[in-house]
Design a protein around this ligand. Structure first.
Ligand code: HEM
Length: 413
């Protein structure tokens, strides 16, 4: 992939050459017309040659739901990202497993996001949000990504794992490198650095595991894994242990972080919506769902066909990669009214596809929504305007749709 070359034209490039796995499309925020064309002209599209090998793209909302709901024909093994696994790092994580193993491992960690646990966490999250917001400079330009989005989600992760609070920045670092290597999703993290970082992650959590053994009445993720008979010995299977740690770290981090930034950007680009919010703070819960749809923090999930089949008139072969583009499904006018617009008071705001569907549907969706709701409730108590001062710098990845920086300036109420 030549990073310097111009992007191919979305309308004149031959259909069979349209490559939506090119990470520059997301870095340059240029993806919309490519997907609009695929949805219109070839919603189940085959690309024979890409930096990640051949793959099918599923771009319409209903077709994505159909694939995501059918784990028998569309397996999550061996991986759910477009790139192939490198042989030296065959991660195992339950997002990339089929039943029954998937179900057993998901069940072990699910209690961390049970309604009661979330309700118990709400006060702590709110106090951390308040602390972050009260320490921001008013009237000066600063980076929202670093000071708010990263800070908030890192603190949240440290809470979920009961990770040493003063070392919590390590969680952010591991999250960034876990999903950022070029062969995985087109990112720019050096593979050697990635490997070294992940090894440090494994060592750190292995130490925490042994120190924590036998702790009672604790609902952090490590204690939950230890207490469930199906995962009580997971530490003895390092690749599985590491894989699931990486899943929970990336799952809880990048996604929410980028929604916390995306919301600020969306409101700045749509001033009339910001006015609606100023006039009526009860719109916040619906707005949070709309932000998550508009941002689509994970662009896609990949499946692998388990048999030869016909799907929407196309012949998919056993072993083919099938990529569900959530980022496109969320802009599908046949499923969502005015799908390209950001509208904070939609009638049915949770009708989006950012959390996926079926047995792998995001485990942390309610937690993410809660964090973002609290963030906006507290922002609106303090600031009349979080003003975007310049273009954001976006992440180069075809998987994580996010921001490196967003310069903003706060206006007090
Ligand atoms: C706005 C924030 C978030 C978005 C957009 C998001 C998105 C997703 C998506 C698209 C999937 C795969 C769904 C599928 O294959 O059908 C997923 C799975 C998952 N997410 Fe999230 N996520 C978010 C926040 C979180 C948080 C805060 C956590 C932390 C607990 C989390 C943990 C997980 C886990 C563990 C899985 C794997 C579920 C499984 O395979 O059964 N996510 N998420």
């Amino acid at each position: 992939m030549n990073q310097a070359a111009k992007l191919p034209h979305p309308l004149t490039t031959p259909l069979e050459q349209i490559d939506v796995s090119d990470p520059r499309l997301y870095e340059q925020d240029a993806w919309r017309p490519y997907f609009a064309r695929l949805r219109e002209e070839e919603p189940v599209h085959y690309l024979a040659d890409s930096a990640f090998g051949p793959f099918w793209s599923i771009t319409r909302f209903e077709d994505i739901v159909a694939v995501d709901s059918n784990h028998k024909d569309f397996s999550s093994e061996p991986t759910i990202i477009i790139g192939d696994l490198t042989e030296d790092m065959p991660f195992e994580m339950f997002i990339a497993m089929d039943p029954p193993k998937h179900d057993v491992q998901r069940r072990a960690v699910q209690p961390v996001v049970a309604p009661q646990n979330l309700a118990d966490m709400e006060g702590l999250i709110r106090s951390r949000v308040v602390d972050i917001l009260d320490n921001l400079p008013v009237g000066e330009t600063f980076d929202w990504v670093e000071r708010v989005s990263v800070n908030l989600t890192t603190q949240m992760l440290a809470t979920l794992f009961d990770f040493p609070f003063e070392e919590r920045h390590k969680l952010t670092y591991w999250s960034d490198i876990a999903a950022g290597s070029p062969e995985i999703a087109g990112g720019d993290v050096d593979p050697e650095e990635r490997m070294a970082g992940l090894m440090e992650c494994l060592e750190t959590f292995t130490r925490i595991w042994h120190e924590r053994k036998g702790r009672e009445n604790s609902f952090d993720l490590i204690s939950l894994l230890q207490r469930d008979p199906n995962t009580a010995d997971i530490v003895e299977r390092p690749l599985e242990f590491l894989g699931n740690l990486a899943l929970l770290i990336v799952g809880g981090n990048d996604t929410t972080r980028n929604s916390a930034t995306g919301g600020v950007l969306a409101l700045n680009q749509n001033p009339a919506e910001y006015d609606k919010l100023r006039a009526n703070h009860s719109l916040i819960p619906g707005m949070v769902s709309e932000i998550i749809r508009w941002q689509t923090p994970l662009a896609n999930m990949r499946r692998t066909a388990t048999r030869d089949m016909e799907f929407k008139g196309k012949q998919i072969k056993k072993g083919d990669k099938v990529v569900m583009w959530y980022i496109s499904g969320n802009r599908d006018e046949s499923a969502i009214d005015k799908a390209d617009e950001f509208i904070i008071d939609r009638a049915n705001p949770r009708h989006h596809i950012s959390f996926g569907f079926g047995i792998h549907r995001c485990m942390g969706n309610r937690l993410a929504e809660m964090q973002l709701r609290i963030l906006w409730e507290e922002i609106m108590q303090r600031f009349s305007f979080v003003e975007v001062m310049d273009e954001p710098e976006r992440v180069r990845s075809n998987f994580v749709c996010g921001y490196k920086t967003l310069p903003v300036r706060l206006h007090a109420l």
